[in-house]
Design a protein around this ligand. Structure first.
Ligand code: BES
Ligand code: MN
Ligand code: MN
Length: 455
């Protein structure tokens, strides 16, 4: 039996195991789920051991990190590290799910569950591809490390430190990650960039308590209005970010990469339809894909102030709060952006309120060098599994650790994802295409062979 035949022969059991994994509500953001996150880590370690790797659960100041190892290819052979995350986003609002988030179900060829595609399904397909090799051939062409973390969805706050302090354990010649999507169904994709992130909370405080808006309004500065004025200074009329210095470190994108982007099958109208908005909008002078993949943003993620219940209440609120995140592109530095943001807010904040800006989390942007044996092997493996040449795509989202892998371990990172547009990651009714799960396992099993041939 070869690895592909093994995956087919064990298809039912593999799906049962995936469903067990998806039943664990490993929500990293919620302290009441800390035990479930720990259970998720143990589950991954057990699954790695069953696949034939050694595995250990390392505790950190946050959620645990799981490290699996198979090093019998020997000291002369290269080492490849596979990264994924076993934590998931909160499932709320629950009433919008067609089936409960932690009771996985297949409908219309889609595996519905929180974490199905982000990232449990994609992490698990790697474990099964390794298992297929180790159970059929008893060996792999290279040494393999699997690193699974439980804090990706809350900013990977302790992971860089873990990598720094376990450099010897994690030293490798390349990193493979499946935590992204294909550009379109049937179209395998290699990701060439991720945006970084700088996330803040802005708190505006005015009077010591809520006030009658008739008795006091007009004579006391309203924190909600003050916050609105601050937020309104973030962009100019062309959709450009108006925070001084914000673009200083932004590098231009190579023209050949922009040309590849324009060649992808994409229409604004199709995209508009997918998001269900009356019209698209963004920074002047850039196409939609360029806006998402190559340009930084500054977005409000949440707003809170005053009375938001039924009907009318005449009140002048004492406080207002906004959650704001900037997506960053090479070579913007999240710490520098935070500094610029704080200085800007200090300058524009109206008198009569106090404004505080609190750091929530940050991550560096990343752009790939798309050559070398790992990428060539990936192109061949994806072609074999999907019957089509892969396309090179960009991404607007962030995986904070990717920049750290490059910086701390000096290893090239290959991002091959098996999600699909519309997969509802972070939203109700998250799903992963079952076909992609199965083909993803095969593609990765193929990838290990191709990495072997390249040696
Ligand atoms: N898997 C995503 C990153 C991603 C998003 C890749 C979209 C491809 C397409 C990851 O789990 C994620 O959600 N990252 C967060 C990072 C944040 C919580 C620090 C993000 O991008 O918001
Ligand atoms: Mn993810
Ligand atoms: Mn995510």
């Amino acid at each position: 039996m070869n690895p592909t035949e093994y995956l087919s022969a064990n298809d039912a059991r593999i799906h049962e195991e995936l469903f067990d994994f998806l039943r664990i509500p490993s929500v990293s953001a919620r302290s009441e789920h800390a035990k479930d996150v720990a259970r998720g880590a143990e589950w991954v370690a057990t699954s790695l051991r069953n696949a034939g790797l050694d595995a250990k659960v390392h505790s950190t100041a946050g959620h645990p990190v799981v490290v699996g190892e198979w090093r019998r290819a020997g000291a002369g052979a290269p080492t490849i590290l596979v990264y994924g995350h076993y934590d998931v986003q909160p499932a709320e609002p629950l009433d919008l799910w067609q089936s409960p988030p932690f009771e996985p179900t297949i409908r219309d060829g889609r595996i519905y569950a929180r974490g199905s595609v982000d990232d449990k399904g994609q992490l698990f397909l790697h474990v099964k591809a390794l298992e297929a090799h180790l159970k059929t051939r008893g060996t792999l062409p290279v040494n393999v490390i699997v690193l699974a973390e439980g804090e990706e969805e809350v900013g990977s706050e302790h992971l860089a430190e873990f990598i720094e302090s376990h450099k010897d354990l994690l030293r490798c010649d390349g990193v493979i990650i499946s935590d992204s999507a294909m550009f379109a169904p049937g179209l395998p994709s290699i990701l060439s960039s991720l945006r970084g992130l700088a996330y803040f909370q802005i708190d505006v405080r005015g009077p010591s308590g809520d006030l009658h808006s008739g008795s006091y309004g007009g004579a006391v500065v309203n924190p909600a209005m003050a916050l609105a004025r601050i937020l309104a200074t973030f962009h100019d009329a062309d959709g450009r970010i108006a925070i001084p210095g914000f673009y200083d470190a932004v590098r231009d994108w190579p023209e050949n990469v922009r040309a590849q982007m324009r060649a992808l099958p994409f229409t604004d109208e199709g995209f508009r339809h997918e998001v269900g908005a009356p019209a698209l909008g963004g920074e002047k002078g850039y196409t939609t894909l360029e806006r998402i993949w190559t340009r930084p943003t500054c977005e409000v993620n949440g707003l809170l102030s005053g009375y938001t219940g039924e009907g009318a209440k005449t009140v002048l609120p004492a406080v207002a709060m906004a959650k704001v995140s900037c997506r960053l592109v090479p070579d913007q530095d999240p710490k520098e952006i935070e500094r610029l943001m704080k200085a800007h807010i200090e300058r524009v904040a109206p008198k009569g309120v106090t404004v505080t800006v609190t750091h929530l989390h940050g991550g560096r942007p990343w752009r790939a060098d798309l050559d070398g044996p790992l990428f060539d092997a990936a192109k061949r493996a994806l072609k074999a599994a999907f019957g089509r040449e892969p396309v090179i795509t960009g991404e607007g989202g962030s995986i904070p650790v990717v920049g750290d892998f490059q910086r701390i371990l000096g290893a090239p990172v290959l991002l091959v994802g098996f999600g699909l547009p519309g997969e509802n990651a972070h939203a109700p009714n998250e799903w992963m295409s079952d076909e992609n799960f199965v083909k993803g396992m095969r593609a990765i099993a193929e990838l290990w062979d191709e990495i072997g041939k390249g040696r």
